[in-house]
Design a protein around this ligand. Structure first.
Ligand SMILES: *Cc1c(COP(=O)(O)O)cnc(C)c1O
Length: 522
């Protein structure tokens, strides 16, 4: 079923009675596409360059001796190859992305327009400061709004994603502890935490201890208090947490952590649910990253750039990383790149990155913040929470909602695989959703819920879009409960059926080899 195998063969007459088979493998606009190495050949080239006149090589022994081995294609063939591949992607501009924990919301076109203004898009990080005053002012304004929205004291703009921001926050905490001669070695992390939290703590040299959750899916305050002691450097808490619930005891947690001489790191990836409603600074947080690419739109996924500024409390501000933007008395902006005694980051732990952060994401996030305004940002949180509760309550009669009975959720709805027919799993539901034209929800996370399905509709979905998604998931869930065997082999309509995901993860084939060579290497 590849395009190489085109053309009519007599034996296909039999196959063609199956109306789902075509000679090309294409199904109308769903086009089969082989690897570029399989369709290109090394003797074709897309450009027409005259042979160079014979001349003595100046490369000495470094001259290429064999074929370079790149696939040759004409320009239209190349354009079609990548266009065909791009049409196999699911995208936020194609449909609802129910991924929980990811906040995949619509990216307003206004952000894109502003980010592409040459004055922002074409500047160089080494440009003289007097030539980029507007860019520095933009960074300063965004910093101002991030500090205002979180009720914190300062912000480090340079970290390049959420996980990078976590490391930044924990390094500032370590620097603050070291400055008082403290060598605490343990970071406490709830069982439900995102994997980046324990990974960050371990990367920064800490041992990680779990904090148990209570029946409600929230941090067990008594267990946390019992575990606090002189060996604990910090507690990392996500709020709202990864079970989609607000940590109501956050202030009591912070007070207990501070009384034990430790710091509170908050994973702010779920800030979307509380922006404009709750200021983490009021809850006693010392450091928190903000995923600009979640809460403040800006495209992400597929390896696109993220941006994870970190807001700090007054206690941690002296230890924040360089550089930062400062407004001088005459209204001009400067970039503080060196640690000096009188600066407010006088004991900075160093730098996170070579330059200043993700300028394109800053531009998009500030456009988003200014175009929404204070009332609009507040409504983002309210509508995101409303939409998630609509999904939760529309499906909790057909899917098990483990924390449903304890009240409303925040911006994501959590279901488990309890109640599916014998042998049917969360994976079957996810695969069947692909047939229905949806990207699957987040699966098997958080780990504390068996067969978890975490769904975050975000505020940018209309009621009509939610109703259609609910209808699709309800139908799939009902089939999984009644044991419809066709579900076990879904997806039926995708270009590829079920893959051996374990083999793909354990023995990924990442480099194309000519079939003959690949066989020889076996
Ligand atoms: C997305 C996410 C992170 C990591 O953020 P990246 O920008 O992907 O590095 C951390 N914690 C939670 C809860 C998240 O949802």
């Amino acid at each position: 079923m590849s395009i190489n195998q085109s053309g009519w063969r007599p034996e296909m007459a039999e196959e063609r009675r199956d109306t789902t088979v075509t000679a090309t493998g294409n199904k109308a606009l769903m086009l089969e596409e082989a690897l570029i190495f399989e369709i290109g050949d090394t003797h074709t080239t897309g450009v027409d360059i005259a042979d160079a006149a014979a001349s003595a090589s100046k490369l000495g022994g470094l001259e290429r001796k064999a074929e370079i081995g790149l696939p040759g294609l004409s320009e239209p063939e190349t354009v079609r190859h990548y266009t065909r591949l791009s049409r196999q992607n699911y995208a936020i501009d194609l449909g609802l992305f129910p991924l929980g924990s990811c906040t995949m919301k619509h990216n307003p076109r206004l952000n894109e327009k502003v980010a592409r203004l040459p004055g922002f898009a074409d500047i160089h990080p080494l440009a003289p400061i007097q030539c980029v005053q507007g860019a520095l002012e933009l960074i300063d304004q965004l910093a101002h709004w991030l500090v205002t929205l979180t009720g914190m004291h300062s912000v480090a703009m340079s970290p390049k994603a959420g996980a990078h921001g976590e490391l930044c926050g924990i390094l500032a905490i370590r620097a603050a502890l070291e400055a008082r001669g403290d060598t605490r070695k343990v970071v406490l992390v709830p069982e439900s935490a995102h994997g980046t939290n324990p990974a960050t703590a371990a990367f920064a040299g800490y041992a990680v201890d779990n904090i148990p959750a209570n029946q409600d899916g929230r941090v067990d305050l008594a267990a946390l208090k019992a575990r606090l002691g002189p060996d604990v450097a910090a507690v990392m808490i996500t709020n709202p947490n990864t079970c989609g619930l607000f940590e109501r005891d956050m202030k009591a947690i912070s007070d207990a952590v501070h009384a034990a001489g430790a710091f509170v790191y908050c994973d702010g990836a779920n800030f979307n649910a509380i922006v404009g409603r709750v200021r983490p600074g009021d809850l006693g947080v010392d450091a928190m990253h903000i995923n600009l690419h979640k809460t403040f739109s800006t495209p992400h996924g597929g390896g696109g750039p993220g941006s994870g500024p970190v807001v700090f409390s007054q206690a941690l501000t002296p230890f924040a990383p360089l550089p930062f933007v400062e407004k001088a008395a005459d209204g001009s902006f400067r970039l503080v790149e060196e640690e000096t005694a009188e600066e407010h980051h006088g004991q900075s732990f160093g730098r996170m990155v070579a330059f200043h952060g993700q300028m394109g994401m800053f531009t998009r996030a500030l456009s988003y913040i200014l175009s929404h305004g204070a009332d609009g940002l507040r409504q983002v949180a309210e509508d995101a929470v409303l939409n998630a509760n609509y999904v939760l309550r529309s499906l909790d009669d057909v899917l098990d909602a483990p924390f449903g009975p304890s009240g409303p959720c925040m911006h994501e709805a959590l279901f488990s695989d309890a109640g599916l027919a014998e042998g049917f799993t969360t994976l079957d539901i996810a695969k069947a959703l692909i047939d229905e034209g949806y990207h699957p929800m987040t699966m098997y996370f958080p780990l504390v819920v068996h067969g978890a399905m975490l769904i975050e509709p975000t505020e940018t979905e209309s009621k009509a879009a939610l109703d259609q998604f609910v209808m699709a998931l309800r139908s799939v869930a009902e089939r999984a409960k009644t044991g419809d065997q066709a579900l076990k082999s879904a997806p039926h309509f995708a270009p590829r059926r079920r893959l051996d995901e374990t083999l793909a993860a354990r023995k990924p084939v990442l480099v194309w080899k000519e079939p003959a060579l690949a066989e020889a290497a076996e």
